[in-house]
Design a binder for this molecule. Structure first.
Ligand SMILES: Cc1cc2nc3c(=O)[nH]c(=O)nc-3n(C[C@H](O)[C@H](O)[C@H](O)COP(=O)(O)OP(=O)(O)OC[C@H]3O[C@@H](n4cnc5c(N)ncnc54)[C@H](O)[C@@H]3O)c2cc1C
Length: 395
């Protein structure tokens, strides 16, 4: 049996996507998403739970489209970098809610790079079929930006690690069946050198998940308590005490997606609709602010295009990509703030409301934009990276 047969996991691709032109490919996926993605799930005001978008993801899994970035021999679409960007851009254009990010975008690629053959065989099929839903256990109380200070302890007892500690802000942990976690395995070593990357099964005894309610009243992330949880030593990814290297490679995968201009572009459209409906679009002061935001979004598109072309050529992103995340998230916040201000009474209501012949949830972009300057490295941390690694400013 060839390695291709071994890892395709029953999801052969309909065709060689990379043999299509980029335009042809864009038209093909656009048509599919436009036709099949349910209207009521487009541009949701919050992250959807698994129960809400399960059917869509199972459809994508059955089509072999659930893992567009994975190589075909692992059951993915094997898209070239430029086609991958098109795929994500078209998803965002239609307002498709992502769900399986942590399995598909994070732990899957990590296992392909650092995992043993046994780990790949054991875990990749469950990610592709959506039978296993993963969450990311990095942050802890008092260890967010300063992740290297994390304290969740894992001690090797015979063939198992025993894990005790707490994770926090774990997105959709209440839907997860598994967690990939950073844990401290050598408390005597320098902070970054005593950390390991472990895989945990949430059905094992000792795992307790408690949802956290956010300012919008939604429960998207959770606290996760780990009390004497045991995981077999074969669930260690990479070398013992070298989890930091594994974790760093994982953060590289997500950086371009945090700077997509689609959400601010959508926000700008919403702002225009609200402003026209409220009769402020002809006000010169409003126009001035609107045009400023239009320019900010246009700049964002240019910056994104620059980094997308680097990714498209298959080259690594440098630390200067921090600029993209700052610009995308802070532009998104400025737009969201002006939507709330312009919407008047609707701006303070956490509901869909009729505005200008359509229905708008004026607070949704506001809630979404608030968190963007925190997760994936806060704006302050991104500025520190730019100061130290790009501008070479003194500490
Ligand atoms: C919506 C959302 C989803 C998330 N999902 C997950 C998840 O699934 N899994 C996971 O592990 N984590 C997740 N997180 C956690 C996220 O990674 C952390 O919130 C983030 O790293 C910041 O850490 P913190 O909250 O502990 O804040 P802190 O690190 O305590 O920071 C507090 C403030 O101090 C600033 N600050 C901190 N250090 C410095 C410094 N050196 N210089 C200047 N300013 C500084 C920060 O910018 C921030 O403004 C999520 C967070 C959010 C908001």
């Amino acid at each position: 049996m060839s390695s291709t047969d071994t890892f395709r996991y029953g999801v052969p691709q309909e065709r060689d996507w990379n043999a299509m032109s980029d335009e042809e490919f864009r038209a093909f996926v656009r048509e599919d998403f436009e036709t099949h993605y349910p209207q009521e799930l487009r541009f949701p005001p919050r992250r959807l739970r698994w129960s809400e978008n399960r059917d869509w993801h199972l459809r994508m899994a059955a089509k072999g489209w659930i893992a567009p970035a994975w190589p075909a021999e692992y059951g993915g679409m094997g898209l070239s970098p430029s086609k991958l960007l098109i795929f994500f851009e078209e998803q965002e254009r239609v307002g498709i809610a992502r769900f399986q990010d942590h399995g598909i975008l994070m732990v899957g690629p990590v296992l392909m790079r650092y995992g043993t053959e046994e780990q790949k065989r054991r875990y990749l099929p469950g990610i592709l079929s959506c039978e296993n839903i993963w969450c990311q256990g990095y942050s802890e109380p008092d260890s967010g930006s300063d992740l290297a200070s994390l304290r969740t302890r894992a001690v090797l007892e015979g063939d198992h690690f025993r894990i005790d500690g707490q994770k926090i802000w774990t997105t959709l942990a209440h839907d997860a069946t598994h967690m990939f976690a950073l844990v401290r395995t050598d408390p005597a070593a320098k902070p970054q050198q005593g950390i390991s990357f472990l895989l945990l099964d949430f059905t094992d005894p000792g795992v307790r998940v408690r949802p956290i309610r956010d300012i919008g009243g939604y429960e998207e992330f959770c606290e996760v308590f780990l009390d004497g949880v045991r995981t077999h030593r074969s669930n260690l990814v990479g070398e013992l005490n070298k989890g930091w290297t594994v974790a760093k490679s994982l953060l590289g995968f997500e950086r371009i997606f945090l700077g997509s201009p689609k959400m601010p572009e959508y926000g700008l459209q919403m702002l225009e609709t609200v402003a026209r409906a409220r009769g402020v679009f002809d006000d010169p002061v409003f126009q001035d602010r609107f045009v400023q935001l239009q320019l900010d979004v246009a700049h964002l598109g240019d910056i994104y295009g620059h980094y997308a072309s680097i990714v498209g050529r298959g080259e690594p992103l440098g630390p200067d990509v921090s600029l993209l995340k700052i610009w995308a998230s802070e532009t998104g916040q400025r737009i969201a703030d002006l939507i709330v201000e312009t919407a008047g009474p609707f701006g303070g209501m956490n509901v869909h409301a009729p505005v200008g012949g359509t229905t708008i949830h004026a607070l949704a972009p506001y809630y979404k934009a608030r968190v963007m300057t925190i997760y994936g490295g806060s704006s302050e941390i991104q500025r520190n990276i730019l100061a130290r690694q790009v501008l070479d400013l003194p500490a």
